[in-house]
Design a protein around this ligand. Structure first.
Ligand SMILES: Cc1ncc(COP(=O)(O)O)c(C=O)c1O
Length: 461
């Protein structure tokens, strides 16, 4: 191979990312082949007229994307996944490392450039103020960024409608702590996000599951439930539901809004996955501005470690929610809130969300290739799939068998509202794998378990 030298002159990406992307593109196009050596980092840095740190980060990023590996003494080489697989810990089982396809992780290989954000922060005047006590969640710039993000998530709002929380789960906490009493009833899909269970348990609320179909919650089923028992709130995920990935149609959204109004329910509309299907139907909170709490945030679109979410709250609730934020946390970390604001303002948050969606789509294609005709529920850009198991399997046993073979998946019981029957299904999080190569390996283990069938448990008489 002639010396590899990418053209990064016309890129709008940070240079390290452009280098990583060029490597991935050239591997995909066959210009770089398994076993090819990339130039030593110092040499490439000199040829591109960038710092060696930039090249190092580019190589690390490409390695996270699964296309190259560094081996001491041999420099950086293009990986050959087929040659590597027989040695893989996954093939042999019994290893200690686990491929995490059990946690709903937002594809960390596509996270934004934190080092660059810190470098920018360090040049800000008065940056040490970020270490002080302050009403960070009242800062007009932070609220402005919140309004931008809520608007990008589909709901028109002004900054004064926004309440900033430390993640979407904290949003559920402050809303329900403010407006529900112990013993109150919250309606939710039969399968729902475990964040709700944790909050409900702490606040001693009851949760009742409402029947759903492939589109999501059925308004008629909600109405029947409301006739029998007085509910305080409805929790729903209209766009790319966790774990089913269902998207409510516009009709369903209107139907649920109608029932919520009729039975005086507050609506907690969790839209943390909206970036995965930006054109989904109208927010329920747009139909119900007087009772809809529209929750969106940066955990799934940008990075969960930021702990930043935005609630577009109805007018009556704004001050009380802000008080609840102060009571529960004193302040949202000004440091991460500043970074979040910077990324929303300069478009990095949007770019990251777009990249994550594109990567999710590529991972869905891998899932389809590996799992073939096995039945599962998902959406073409969702982070998760919910795999229906053949009759012989119980979901818990299947998850244990996968774990034995070093792959973590989550049984549907983890998402099932108490009192409802969990389906024999497991959620597989495509975003958890560190690279596409690792994802394929993990999914191949799942496919193998399905092909092998359930081990016979019969004992000899
Ligand atoms: C639908 C949904 N809502 C909320 C959360 C919690 O998000 P956060 O990290 O912002 O608290 C999750 C986490 O997986 C989720 O899937």
């Amino acid at each position: 191979m002639t010396k590899w030298l990418p053209d990064v002159s016309a890129t709008s990406d940070p240079i390290y990312l452009a280098i990583a992307k060029a490597i991935v593109a050239d591997v995909t196009a066959g210009q770089l082949r398994p076993g090819d050596h990339l130039p030593p980092q110092r040499e490439l840095a000199r040829d591109l007229n960038v710092s060696i740190g930039t090249v190092t980060r580019g190589y690390i990023e490409a390695s996270r994307r699964g296309v190259i590996r560094g081996s001491s003494g041999r420099g950086t080489v293009v990986r050959d996944p087929t040659a590597e697989r027989p040695d893989s810990r996954l093939r042999h089982g019994g290893g200690t490392e686990v491929v995490d396809l059990g946690t709903n992780l937002p594809i960390h290989g596509e996270d934004p450039d934190l080092a660059q954000a810190f470098a920018r922060l360090s040049r800000q005047r008065g940056v040490t103020r970020l270490l002080h006590y302050q009403a960070s969640h009242e800062n007009p710039r932070h609220l402005g960024a919140g309004a931008v993000w809520v608007r990008e998530s589909g709901l028109e709002v002004d900054p004064d409608a926004v309440v900033i929380t430390a993640g979407a789960q904290h949003a559920l906490m402050v809303i329900l702590a403010s407006y529900a009493e112990p013993g109150d009833l919250v309606f939710a899909d039969e399968l729902t996000c475990p964040a709700l269970f944790e909050v409900a348990e702490l606040l001693r609320l009851r949760v009742q599951g409402i029947e759903t179909d492939e589109v999501g919650m059925k308004p008629d089923a909600l109405r029947r439930a409301c006739r029998h028992r007085t509910g305080r709130a409805l929790y729903c995920m209209p766009t790319v539901h966790n774990p089913t990935s269902a998207i409510l149609t516009a009709d369903r959204r209107r139907g649920l809004a109608e029932v919520a109004r009729e039975y005086d329910l507050l609506v907690l509309e969790d839209e943390v996955h909206r970036h995965l299907a930006p054109d989904a139907g109208p927010p329920i909170s747009e139909i119900l501005p007087e009772r809809g709490f529209f929750i969106t945030g940066l955990s799934k679109a940008v990075a969960p470690g930021l702990r930043v979410a935005y609630v577009a709250a109805p007018p009556f609730a704004r001050e009380k929610l802000k008080d609840a934020v102060v009571a529960s946390l004193v302040l949202i970390s000004p440091l991460t809130l500043e970074i979040a604001t910077m990324w929303v303002e300069d478009g990095s948050a949007r770019d990251t969300a777009d990249r994550k969606r594109a990567e999710a789509e590529a991972r869905q294609t891998i899932a389809r290739e590996v799992l073939g005709d096995h039945s599962y529920r998902s959406y073409p850009t969702a982070y998760n799939i919910l795999l229906d198991l053949p009759e012989e399997w119980k979901a818990g046993e299947f998850a244990n068998e996968a774990r034995r073979r070093c792959v973590a998946v989550a049984p549907a019981s983890s998402f099932t509202v108490p009192g409802c029957q969990p389906p024999e299904a497991v959620r597989i999080s495509l975003g958890g794998a560190e690279s596409r190569v690792q994802l394929r390996e993990g999914l191949e283990v799942i496919a193998k378990i399905l092909a092998d069938g359930r081990p016979c448990r019969c004992t000899r008489m």
